[in-house]
Design a protein. Sequence first.
Length: 193
Amino acid sequence: MKRNLLFTLLIVFVSHFAATAQTAGRAPVSDVTVSLLEWVKLLDKNLDKFSGAEKNAELYDRFGYLNQDLTDYMKFRKRLSDSLFRNNITPGKKNETALQLLKEKMSGIMQRMRDVTDMTNAELRKEGDRLNDKLYNALYGDNQVYLSNLEAFLAGYEVTKKDLALDGSTLTNRLQETVNIITTMQARLKRKM
């Protein structure tokens, strides 16, 4: 009887540590820049369907605000990442302030996206809502998910510098492409005004 109890306790103990080791491993990251870029490409492809003489000026402004917030977010991420490398900060050290700033900046982008989505057609609104929900769940959902390895690093996860560098260049390229497409849409709208 004592042996069975001891064996059962040992199994529970080992299982607990195995589960803890798994959760302490790789950070839960959900890169939304792919979805963001796809959404902007969809808007670009359908711009003529939802723009019009009465909407062009307001759409131009809303795209401008979204573009500005995306550019600001991208530059902030780059400065933060460069600072981590320059100062040789080791993984496991939390930076709640920087993490919160990134979260606030993405929340602002979500609002700008909503402003643009509200001026599109039903199909594009549905896609915009789906992306906004994905972002919201990543930022504020019950299951903590980070938008990149940079956020996970700032939250104290063990993220390698190689992962940070790859993550940073990939995300920056996608965000820059997104900004470029929005700039192109603005130019098209301006010609119509």
